[in-house]
Design a binder for this molecule. Sequence first.
Ligand SMILES: [Zn+2]
Ligand SMILES: [Zn+2]
Ligand SMILES: [Zn+2]
Length: 276
Amino acid sequence: MGKKLDNVEGILGAYGPNFQGNSFNAQTANIRTGEIMQKVHHCNDNDCNGKAATKACYLKLHRAFCLAPIVDDGKDSPTFNQVVICGRSFNVKSPGGCGQHAYGEDHNFDIRAAKNAWPMPKVTWQQRFNDFKAEHDSMMALRVEKQELADRKATMTANQRNKYEQTDKMEQENKRGPIGCFQGSTSVKWQDRKDLSTMTAPKEAPDAPMMKRKDAKAYKKQQRTIFRMDQARAEAEMRRDQEEKAKEAAELAPRKEAKKGKTAGGNRFLSRFGKR
Ligand SMILES: [Zn+2]
Ligand SMILES: [Zn+2]
Ligand SMILES: [Zn+2]
């Protein structure tokens, strides 16, 4: 007999050791930090009707711990500055979620869907988490890179710095894609790309007669979010391909092209942006 909790892929791993075994405290306020509430948690599920929550409430998804990705800002935390789950306890029935991550903002929808046995094509929280983490990690890497650069520049002679800045400028130019956008820009019109032309947005929620109107609306919104996420991933992949190709082309280009000087480079730069 499966517990409803088991229908949310990866949730036990996310809850971690604080949820395991008999040591679990039903007054846990945050499963990640292990923080305990002074007062008893109440379960507002119809089955429990305000009784004190137990572990069974978490297994039946009456209550859950928030799976929204956040950057850990606990200075003493072993995961400080890393991406972690929020972890706060909340009543699954409450639209406000954990208090900071409401359903209306697409958080913890997998939990709600599993609780109500809605048909979900796939669990989305892990993908969200990974996307959020990738973004955070690359931002941190960039920050480190910038600092290293500043350190290096500080020890350079004026001559070295000049030479360095010229090379850097060329590199930056090569990083701009051939489709007229900066790296990381979302201005690419994905509809214009043949490979993506088969992607169509879902229009209707699937047959789910038990779903309340409000829930059906939320369900549809979630489907659109999944679609947007797929779209963004496909777009990013395509951009990476194009950047790689542009880089290869630049490496293969004869060196005299680069030696033509500022004007040629300048024109190339401007024509990419359509400003003449
Ligand atoms: Zn309470
Ligand atoms: Zn309960
Ligand atoms: Zn939360």
